[in-house]
Unconditional design. Structure first.
Length: 202
């Protein structure tokens, strides 16, 4: 088969994923995301629950000395108020690393390249459950974004540290940290969210 035919077939596969939501096999891709536009799951249904995240997921992070708003605001932003979940439980826009051997899902996303926001198709981790998601996220931040990990108990400092190193920047959006900070200042005084925290975390 010629190289041209191979390229055409690869683009056809990507178009099928884009329009049909077909899940593909594992692959090696680097870390984290831009703003997610669309997500799919293997069975066509989103499994994630915000209440379950607050009740089960956030306490796992708190045990590892995370501030609840550091992890909550980060996931809230990545999913657009928990409305766009990647796969079943990927709420942090985590792309497939080289050592990942679990499920993978392809979605359309946005990345900032050369000062322009463009649409791309990329591969993301499809976590099996809430526990796997949170534990993997915490260990991932400690391993790859250690400066942010050291500031995990301070939401605003944590957000800026996620993008402080251009070699391992969590997102390509040049306003990523500022958006997280604004969102934190809004959500941290939102009574509905505070009531959920009070219900599940105390």
């Amino acid at each position: 088969m010629s190289e041209v035919c191979k390229i055409i077939l690869e683009w056809i596969k990507k178009l099928l994923v884009l329009f049909c939501g077909k899940q593909k096999d594992n692959s090696s891709v680097l870390s984290v995301s831009g703003d997610i536009e669309r997500s799919t799951t293997s069975d066509g249904a989103t499994k994630f629950s915000e209440d379950e995240f607050i009740k089960i997921g956030i306490p796992l992070a708190i045990k590892r000395e995370w501030n609840k708003f550091s992890i909550y605001v980060h996931s809230y932003h990545e999913t657009g108020n928990f409305k766009r979940i990647i796969g079943n439980f990927n709420i942090f826009g985590i792309k497939v690393p080289k050592n990942w051997t679990g499920k993978v899902v392809e979605v359309t996303t946005h990345e900032w390249i050369g000062g322009k926001k463009i649409g791309v198709i990329d591969k993301f981790i499809d976590f099996e459950n809430m526990e796997q998601l949170v534990i993997w996220y915490c260990e991932f931040i400690e391993r790859v974004y250690f400066q942010a990990y050291k500031k995990r108990d301070n939401p605003i400092a944590y957000f800026y540290a996620l993008v402080s190193n251009p070699k391992v920047c969590y997102a390509t959006d040049p306003q990523y940290a500022q958006k997280l900070e604004r969102l934190y200042r809004e959500l941290s005084v939102n009574q509905e969210i505070l009531d959920k925290f009070k219900k599940y975390l105390l």
